[in-house]
Design a protein around this ligand. Structure first.
Ligand code: MD6
Ligand code: FE
Length: 219
């Protein structure tokens, strides 16, 4: 007989059963909580080397979310389009290395969600200040879609919009809190998704913002 209490989410977040959004997509509540201090510490170094900045979309709008990257590849946007680059266009230097704490967490979360062997080469860092939002989009600038995406939420809570394979599909609202991890791949890999405008607030651990780390295998 196993003892369910030993695997209670309150004592071991990594053991919590994933909440299935639909086939291929799951939410791991609190999965990143034990690693949050290490993630925050390593994030400071990433941001010092490659500052957060507001990118411009191909349509000429400045994004409300501030972004940077770490890893071999980084996602960027400008008037000429969306793409992955191996260098930071601001400094012309390679993106900062992906910290081991990031890589290890992403791999473990993917495995927990049923995608063993995930080896991300790109981590997009998103910082939301109150009011910042991400309109409905697909993640499809990666070379292949065989690998999942792992998305880690830190700081202020947000409402994630989870849609379907077509932009016009109905969306559902998924609240995401500090430490939650969303993993999607397989049949859900190209589903539309977005983030509602961030409500103002002060988070005891991250201050007045939400940080999202999105891991991909891009190259
Ligand atoms: C965010 N995330 O949660 C924005 N994309 O701040 C994304 O756009 C995203 O969370 C692909 C997979 C997971 C994500
Ligand atoms: Fe996305």
């Amino acid at each position: 007989m196993t003892t369910p209490d030993l695997f209670d989410a309150g004592t071991d977040p990594a053991a919590a059963a994933p909440l299935a959004l639909e086939p291929g997509a799951s939410v791991l509540r609190g999965f990143a909580l034990p690693q949050a201090p290490a993630l925050r510490r390593d994030l400071e170094h990433v941001i010092a080397a490659a500052p957060l900045r507001h990118l411009v979309t191909p349509g000429g709008k400045t994004m409300s979310v501030a972004m940077t990257n770490c890893g071999t590849l980084g996602w960027v946007s400008d008037r000429s389009g969306y793409r992955y680059t191996s260098r930071d266009p601001l400094s012309h230097r390679p993106w900062p290395a992906m910290p081991d704490s990031f890589r290890t967490l992403a791999r473990a979360a993917a495995e927990r969600a049923g995608f063993a062997g995930f080896a991300p080469d790109a981590c997009l860092v998103n910082r939301y200040a109150p009011g910042a939002r991400l309109t409905l989009h697909q993640d499809r600038d990666e070379r292949r879609f065989g690998d999942p995406i792992v998305s880690v939420s830190l700081g202020l809570p947000a409402v994630f919009l989870w849609g379907g394979p077509r932009r016009a599909d109905r969306t559902r609202r998924v609240p995401l809190a500090h430490g939650d991890v969303v993993v999607w791949g397989g049949p859900a890999r190209l589903h539309f998704h977005g983030v509602m405008p961030l409500a103002p607030g002060e988070h005891p651990f991250m201050g007045a913002c939400r940080i999202n780390l999105t891991f991909r295998r891009a190259g």
